[in-house]
Design a protein. Structure first.
Length: 134
């Protein structure tokens, strides 16, 4: 998929913790699909597998893959837990810098915001939803 090509190229620079033989699933695709699954609401290794399995045909078609099934949740866990955090951070910082450079006009800046829902701030008795701050 053309829109994910730059991210896939950058994810290819993440050091692969696996041995050279037997790599059925390419690391950049596993990472990208894990990111997509988490952004879509998955919060576990099994959730990532469910996302990949549910969208496998579309992912195969879009990315030119021939995955017959999603990796197992233990494979996903092994891959993600084996990653070098410093290497992953460096790759994501480079990706963020490229996004920033591509979307910045000369003389204009950007501000990153991250919203959070405050745990325990809801009040069911008074019908008040959780407070959200930016």
């Amino acid at each position: 998929m053309a829109t994910f090509t730059p991210l896939l190229d950058i994810l290819a620079d993440v050091p692969d913790p696996r041995r050279a033989e037997g790599k059925l699933y390419k690391l950049p695709h596993v990472l990208l699909f894990s990111i997509l699954a988490i952004v879509s609401g998955s919060d576990s290794y099994r959730g990532i597998v469910t996302f990949i399995d549910t969208h496998r045909r579309t992912l195969n078609r879009s990315f030119g893959l021939k995955w017959r099934r999603a990796p197992s949740h233990t494979s996903i866990r092994y891959i993600l837990q084996g990653l070098d955090p410093i290497g992953v951070e460096a790759v994501f910082r480079r990706h963020a810098a490229l996004l920033h450079a591509a979307n910045t006009r000369p003389g204009a800046g950007s501000i990153a915001l991250d919203g959070k829902t405050l745990r325990g701030s809801f009040d069911k008795f008074h019908d008040r939803t959780a407070a959200h701050v930016c």
